[in-house]
Design a protein around this ligand. Structure first.
Ligand SMILES: [Zn+2]
Length: 353
């Protein structure tokens, strides 16, 4: 029997724009449309039933990734965070990656969605649905004028920090084992950013915030709490994962969490090694469903930004995940919720349309 390519998977995080930025940038953006050496491109999305998701704009630090990945194969690690990036350096990178996104839209490769209705229409038409998301607000000025302009361009979601510090707050380092309770949270500018996001109805992503920042957003924000790509600390005690208390707060706000496929956040031992059985992903899903209910869990793959389990190497392999969910005993309505319906529910509530 062929493996299931439906329901469409719409997920909380991918780094396709970063990958394209590093591989020739805007001039080479059509490699995404034709297919290239990436976990996510259009032909692979069609093959695996990947309907779209949050396309992150991310400003890379000059760090040695190879060194980072070697450190993360050890049984304990605590990687120093790179230095903050000034807005003047970050903004051109944000503009370049956003330009790639809009170039792909102009080619007809994807649709930049500004409402849940847009996403529904794109999924129905078989068109790749993209949310313009910023992971780490380095490009946003303290007066928030850049935020207002980016919103007009289509920005609908942002994380105040990727893990390194910004003028808005502090994130979690890549530390194992550890909780995310490390350092101070939002700055005053960060609190203003959250309030302005609420006014604009831009989603605030909690995934890379530390615990102090998490609880400050929980107190301040009038929107459902959302972590786009994080896992259960109970099954992988990594600083990037969410404790039961955090999952309970997300449930109480009627928000959701997208399951991150990054192996270091899935494995009990926190190691960046890809021999992870899909049953380990089911453990995280079971735990999050138990804490938050069937309506508050989805996917947040991190494709092209992380080492993922063998057997789920690219979006073309997503039928293996649907098959594993069915074999695990999830029924069709639950699989549909996990694949995209819960994201649509929470986005509609956050954006109001
Ligand atoms: Zn991330």
């Amino acid at each position: 029997m062929p493996k299931p390519t439906e329901p469409a998977i719409f997920d909380g995080h991918n780094d396709a724009l970063l990958k394209l930025f590093k591989n020739g940038g805007l001039a080479n953006a059509d490699q995404f449309t034709k297919g290239y050496d990436a976990a996510l491109d259009l032909p692979k999305a069609r093959a695996g039933g990947f309907g779209g998701g949050f396309f992150a704009v991310y400003v890379p630090s000059p760090v040695d990734l190879e060194h980072k990945f070697i450190e993360m194969t050890k049984s304990q690690y605590d990687l120093p965070l790179p230095d903050a990036i000034p807005a003047g350096e970050a903004l051109p990178v944000v503009m370049h990656q956003a330009a790639i996104l809009f170039a792909l839209e102009a080619q007809g490769t994807l649709r930049v969605c500004r409402s849940a209705a847009d996403i529904r229409a794109a999924l129905k038409a078989g068109q790749l649905a993209a949310i313009f998301h910023i992971e780490g607000a380095e490009g946003i000025s303290e007066d928030l004028h850049t935020l207002d302009v980016l919103y007009q361009a289509g920005l609908r979601s942002l994380g105040p920090v990727w893990s390194r510090p910004t003028i808005f707050g502090n994130g979690v380092p890549f530390r194992f084992p550890s909780t995310g309770d490390i350092g101070t949270g939002l700055t005053d500018a960060g609190k203003r950013l959250v309030r302005r996001c609420n006014e604009l109805r831009v989603m605030v992503d909690l995934s890379h915030l530390n615990e102090a920042g998490f609880w400050e957003v929980a107190k301040l924000s009038d929107a459902p709490l959302v972590a786009t790509h994080s896992n259960a600390h109970a099954h992988s005690p990594h600083a990037r994962n969410l404790t039961d208390r955090q999952l309970d707060a997300i449930r109480d706000s009627d928000g959701m969490v997208g399951l991150n496929f990054a192996v270091a956040f899935l494995r009990e031992d926190g190691k960046m090694q890809s021999d992870v059985p899909l049953s380990q992903m089911m453990r995280h899903l079971d735990h999050m469903i138990e804490r938050m209910g069937e309506d508050r869990v989805g996917l947040g793959s991190d494709y092209d930004g992380a080492t993922v389990p063998k057997g789920l190497d690219t979006v073309a392999d997503l039928p293996n995940l649907r098959e594993a969910m069915a074999a695990h005993g999830y029924d069709a309505p639950l699989i549909a919720k996990l694949c995209h319906e819960n994201w649509l529910r929470v986005l509609e509530k956050t954006w109001g349309e």
